[in-house]
Design a protein. Structure first.
Length: 408
């Protein structure tokens, strides 16, 4: 009996040691030690604050902001986590980032390519039996050129148990069972479609042998120090989140049966963690130059409002400057992450109220020019006279209670 106990004790020690080594191997050399306090405050802090305070008070904006400009950082909160209960937002508030989740799936695919576990030319049939569309590749999914229909439309027509969550496995089974016609031959056109990234998450699970939420945690969030980032699952309780999604004048967006899937959405994160994600894209131990080039290479020249589409990212050329970005909206949340492909410019805004949470690419590019936040007001007034009349009667400052919270 004593010998058995000793053997169990030894095995336990070895197992714990191996787990510890595996966990430690994820972190060295990456952004775990990224110290937000080490960055200089933005020299345009007052102008930026006044602009977003204007959006908050006069245009209904509600959310968290982070702007990085060549070593200078601005980070602030505006409004409420819970509007009906008047609970103020804080800097570490977690938001549903909606389709801003897609670049995480793209990065996961690049990582698995590095390990030799898959190729962009691999077809879905190599991973799933009875898949009805044999010509679709991983690259088609990443670039939204697969022609697969939108799973949400199929679910609305065929999902019998709308009182329960529709998860990733259910979505795959729906396609296998219903076999809806493709919109077009794979590779012939571009159609932004959430189904593509549901399937990518499923492939990542198949290849890695672990759940997609666990994969993102172990291979992206932990190494980059994104301690406040997680993937919402059907076992979580959405309405227990401190930050609620709102529409219109501020009523809640309740839970929904389409909240059960991931890959296309359902990552919850903070502005600080997304800044770490952006920095990780340029850390050679996270993503080397060739891998980043693969991810940022344009496959679709005309995707949306003059933008191009790469692999999990949109691209936009503004006055010869190249910007990568992705936005997202889902059930009262809106997310924005824009960054210059070479210069150290990064713009992150997370909102839990859809009103006034959209930012034109050209306006964001302006933010990083001289007097950019002064020019930004022009996007909200039809004429210079209208703007002049408004600013001749300035509104009240941010109340002291919010100001104290924002300083924490």
């Amino acid at each position: 009996m004593q010998l058995t106990l000793k053997l169990i004790f030894i095995v336990t020690l070895v197992s714990c040691s191996q787990f510890s080594e595996k966990k430690k191997s994820l972190i060295p050399g990456l952004s775990k030690s990224l110290n937000m306090a080490a960055f200089k405050p933005s020299k345009n802090k007052l102008a930026i604050h006044q602009f977003f305070q204007f959006l908050h008070q006069e245009r209904g904006f509600n959310g968290n902001v982070l702007i990085f400009n060549k070593g200078q950082l601005y980070s602030e909160s505006y409004g409420w986590a819970d509007i009906p209960n008047q609970t103020y937002l804080k800097q570490n508030a977690q938001f549903q980032i909606a389709s801003m989740s897609k670049p995480f799936a793209a990065l996961s695919i690049i990582q698995l390519m590095r390990e030799g576990k898959l190729k962009l030319s691999d077809t879905i049939n190599q991973f799933f039996d009875s898949w009805p569309y044999p010509a679709i590749t991983i690259d088609h999914l990443l670039s939204h050129t697969s022609g697969i229909p939108e799973y949400m439309d199929i679910a609305n027509n065929y999902w019998a148990d709308s009182s329960g969550y529709l998860d990733n496995a259910d979505i795959t089974h729906l396609f296998q069972r219903m076999k809806p016609a493709l919109y077009f031959e794979p590779g012939r056109a571009h159609d932004y479609c959430n189904s593509n990234f549901i399937l990518l998450a499923n492939i990542i699970e198949k290849v890695s042998g672990i759940s997609y939420p666990q994969y993102v945690k172990e291979n992206i969030a932990m190494p980059l120090g994104m301690d406040s980032t997680f993937i919402y699952q059907s076992t979580d309780s959405l309405m227990q989140q401190a930050v609620k999604g709102h529409y219109g004048l501020g009523h809640y967006l309740e839970d929904h049966y389409l909240n059960g899937s991931y890959g296309d959405k359902n990552i919850w994160s903070t502005t600080t963690d997304l800044f770490r994600f952006y920095k990780g894209l340029y850390n050679p131990k996270s993503l080397n130059t060739n891998e980043r080039k693969t991810m940022f290479t344009t496959l679709v020249r005309e995707a949306k409002i003059g933008s191009q589409y790469a692999r999990g990212w949109r691209k936009k050329i503004i006055e010869k400057d190249t910007w990568m970005y992705h936005t997202g909206w889902w059930k009262g949340f809106k997310s924005n992450l824009f960054f210059h492909i070479k210069k150290e410019y990064c713009f992150i805004v997370l909102s839990n109220k859809l009103k006034s949470a959209s930012f034109p690419s050209e306006m964001i590019a302006d933010f990083f020019t001289e007097n950019g936040f002064t020019k930004a007001y022009d996007y909200y007034f039809d004429t210079p006279l209208e703007r002049a009349q408004f600013f001749s009667n300035p509104k009240s400052k941010l109340d002291s209670k919010q100001a104290r919270i924002n300083q924490k």
